[in-house]
Design a protein around this ligand. Sequence first.
Ligand SMILES: [Zn+2]
Length: 242
Amino acid sequence: MRLIQVMLLLISLCLVGGCENPLEIDRETEIEIGRQGAADIEAKYGVVKNAEMQQRLDSIGPRVAAVSQDPSLPWTFKILNTNEVNAAALPGGFIYATKGMMQYVKNDDQLAGVMAHEVVHADHHHAKSAIEEHMTQALLVELITQKSSDSIRQAAAIALDLDLRQGYREKEYEADRFGTEYAFRAGYRANGLRDLLESMHEDEGDPARITWLLQSHPPLSKRIQRLNEHIPTLTGKPVAGT
Ligand SMILES: [Zn+2]
């Protein structure tokens, strides 16, 4: 079927059925977009091959992903070679901490908190929704029906732009909230992410390191305040304790 025919079919189906979102990216395509984005981000920064650092990340990331709402995604956790204090998530479960973040966190609870925050971006499909919203309809149809390499690349570029420049805006609160829950259920202290954000808030005056997060996320003070309200509501025994 030609592209124009596919579009007409989708539009007519929608008129008949009154569907809300006929152009939804399926799971397989979402993972494919993440894989492309992962290749791009790794080419941009390089991956740190430090066995000790990677082992630490591998002892925490998958443990948090295991209590997420989609443990069967192809979760991978890698370290980007930059001193910037940052973390990133691509669709399909490709998660990154920067070398700067690995060195910045004061303990495993904080690292679990920030990795869990990123896991939420992936398992709550935040990039997928943004791609569906921002892509032109013609390209979105091409992505869904043909999975052309050009459409995959453009979708990955949108995901990377969200990660590296724009941030997920209001979705950051959702990632903080559920991330804190995931980390807690995985056996870490619930205040890890909150404590990390507090340190970053104190270091706001060091723009060489923290600029990006301040530009692209909601104010740290607001995120800390919301977590302070949420943490006391977390009760019960963590799923995997230490
Ligand atoms: Zn985020």
